[in-house]
Design a binder for this molecule. Structure first.
Ligand SMILES: [Fe+2]
Ligand SMILES: [Fe+2]
Length: 281
């Protein structure tokens, strides 16, 4: 299917079984400097399921709150707005990835773990770099390969072919997608980001996460590129276990000492286990 035809199908499928309305509203409100924590709390409280999940997460060992959190506003003050956004989106995304798609070879559990590993690695890298919003890095990391969920729904045969090609030729899944379709999950993901109404601050790094882009030019694109490589190296891989390396500009401009990467990989594995527990519904 041509990308333009896919764009029409995505646009004509309003629900797409994906980010629930409250989630995308929360996403937009957190990005809006004029929005108050109260407004965001009220929005979350409109969804009883989401509220109980958020409270469970806020009370999990991961956040280690000193006393029991009983309300959404308490959760926001203990965790911070940005972290609440990560939980809200994380849970919606986990639900999306637990629905079976049409592809025979695409493993959604592996996909979820790869997404979570990239998100946690991105958050760690952002903290190391002193980036202003590490939770935004988590978000971009989480959603970086979301285009594959659309492929699983509308291009299942092509995705199966790409996975086979990646495994038999030992090439990256992205390269295999391009060979089969002429485009990759990046372009498909951008269609989804448009449908979800994601802010440009998230869309731009999503579009550039496979580019060798400098930290100065596109901080989150650079961070998520590195986080994706780290996730692959830590064993959370999609497609063939290709040896992913950090490209020159990403490596240089992130400027993280070589000796720290081993520790980062181990920390990624530990974080994935913890976050998975915290997000368990
Ligand atoms: Fe990707
Ligand atoms: Fe990825």
């Amino acid at each position: 299917m041509e990308l333009s035809a896919l764009a029409i199908r995505v646009a004509r499928t309003p629900g797409l079984g994906m980010l629930p309305q409250v989630t995308s509203q929360v996403l937009r409100l957190v990005d809006n400097p004029n929005a108050s924590p109260r407004q965001i709390g009220a929005l979350i409280e409109r969804d009883a399921g989401l509220t109980s999940k958020l409270l469970k997460t806020a009370n999990s060992a991961y956040y280690g709150a000193p006393s029991k959190i009983k309300t959404v506003s308490q959760a926001i003050s203990v965790m911070g707005l940005s972290a609440v956004r990560s939980v809200v989106v994380g849970q919606a995304y986990q639900q999306m990835t637990s629905v079976r798609g049409a592809s025979k070879r695409f493993d959604r559990l592996v996909f979820w773990q790869h997404s979570l590993a990239t998100a946690t690695a991105a958050r760690m890298l952002a903290k190391l770099k002193g980036w202003r919003d590490p939770e935004e890095a988590f978000l971009v990391g989480l959603l970086h390969d979301a285009g594959r969920l659309v492929m699983d729904r509308f291009l299942a045969n092509e995705l199966d072919q790409a996975i086979s090609l990646s495994l038999t030729r030992v090439i990256s899944l992205s390269d295999a997608e391009r060979e089969v379709l002429g485009y990759t999950h990046v372009e498909v993901g951008d269609l989804l980001a448009e449908q979800w109404n994601l802010p440009e601050s998230v869309r731009i790094p999503l579009r550039r996460h496979h580019e060798d882009v400098s930290f100065e030019e596109c901080p989150l694109g650079c961070i998520v590129h590195a986080a994706n490589v780290l996730a692959h190296q830590a064993g959370f891989a999609l497609g063939a276990p290709v040896l992913y390396e950090l490209p020159f500009t990403v490596r240089q401009t992130l400027g993280i000492p070589e000796t720290q990467y081993e520790g980062l990989k181990q920390a990624t594995v530990q974080e994935v286990v913890k976050v998975q527990e915290a997000l368990r519904i």
